[in-house]
Design a protein around this ligand. Sequence first.
Ligand SMILES: *[C@@H]1O[C@H](CO)[C@@H](O)[C@H](O)[C@H]1NC(C)=O
Ligand SMILES: [Cu+2]
Length: 185
Amino acid sequence: MFAKTASVVAFLAAVTSALPAGTATTGDKLGSRTYASPAITHTVVAGLGGLHFDPDNVVAQIGDIIEWHYLPANHSVVQSSFGEPCKPLNTGNGFFSGFQPTTSGQAPDVFQIVVQDTNPIWYYCAQTKGNHCQAGMAGVINQNFNSPNTLAAYKANAALTGVSEIPPYIQGGDLTANPNPNGGF
Ligand SMILES: *[C@@H]1O[C@H](CO)[C@@H](O)[C@H](O)[C@H]1NC(C)=O
Ligand SMILES: [Cu+2]
């Protein structure tokens, strides 16, 4: 009996801590309210449909995972700012997956990040052979749809840059074995 009560209390505590800030709770009963949706993984495929990320405009919740898969020939993802396309974030804190070459099918590894906040996350492919970023190989997580900072604007500005910058090392995410290497894209 005690154990059951304790587990209910633990459950309530867990649910309460998962609620968005500002959501009122009263007593020990859960009223009608909206729950945060469980974290999901958003798959983005680099190189699907040419020099392109598919999908290149993703809306994700905090806690969701973005997982990039790599098709031929040799792509990467690098976080950038909106204002400086094809260039790593100047804070040095942005992510870089490294280059993930494959001659056919998917590359053996995927790169994952966890969405930490609701700010837009801009990124590009740093492959300089063929100028992938300048050709439009860029994407965004959580674009602000009320802002002039659109993905189309990012790509237009990217086309005006010279050579993309390649970060010195992999950072800011997890390079991990592809969980679905034979998945068709
Ligand atoms: C992938 O591209 C990078 C950057 O251009 C290059 O350094 C690397 O050698 C390439 N790897 C393969 C296997 O082509
Ligand atoms: Cu690329």
